[in-house]
Design a protein around this ligand. Sequence first.
Ligand code: HEM
Length: 149
Amino acid sequence: MSEDKQYTMEEVSKHDKVDDLWMVINQKVYDVTSFVNDHPGGGDYLIQNAGKEATNEFLDVGHSQKAVDMLKDYYIGVCTDSKPLQNPLSSNPIPISTESPVIKSTESSSNNNNNEDKNKDVTTTIALVGGIVVAVASIAFFTFAKIKK
Ligand code: HEM
């Protein structure tokens, strides 16, 4: 990763034209000049963000994983002075690719806690059944007590 080229926002901001269009997404610099005419959302969106930090704009659209995967095709280096995401993700050129890892980690953590979860379930069931038995017994007791009177 040390071989990655480093750019500043000042440098990126010079590439703000339709025929020379860079943008920064999650501290990574993308040269999307060749993509302007192919962007499924329309070239205007890219032009509006030319030479800029466009992480929020990219995320706000809710781009698909396919779109996220496409970023690596346009990656040219890292931006040294743009803000990182609040929740920093992987350090590879693909910036917002946590979808599957996040799902995987929840799956594996739920697997790890499987026995614990089962124990919790049993405890809850016992507590519930116990509660019902006590409630029914008290109702029966008071009903009988009333009848006796
Ligand atoms: C620079 C890297 C970008 C790539 C590789 C990219 C790629 C894509 C792709 C593949 C789609 C089709 C829908 C999908 O698969 O999500 C799309 C749609 C779209 N993109 Fe981008 N995009 C980029 C940047 C941006 C930026 C900076 C904006 C700014 C707002 C933007 C706005 C949109 C919009 C509005 C759509 C249409 C969404 C829809 O139809 O629901 N894109 N983009």
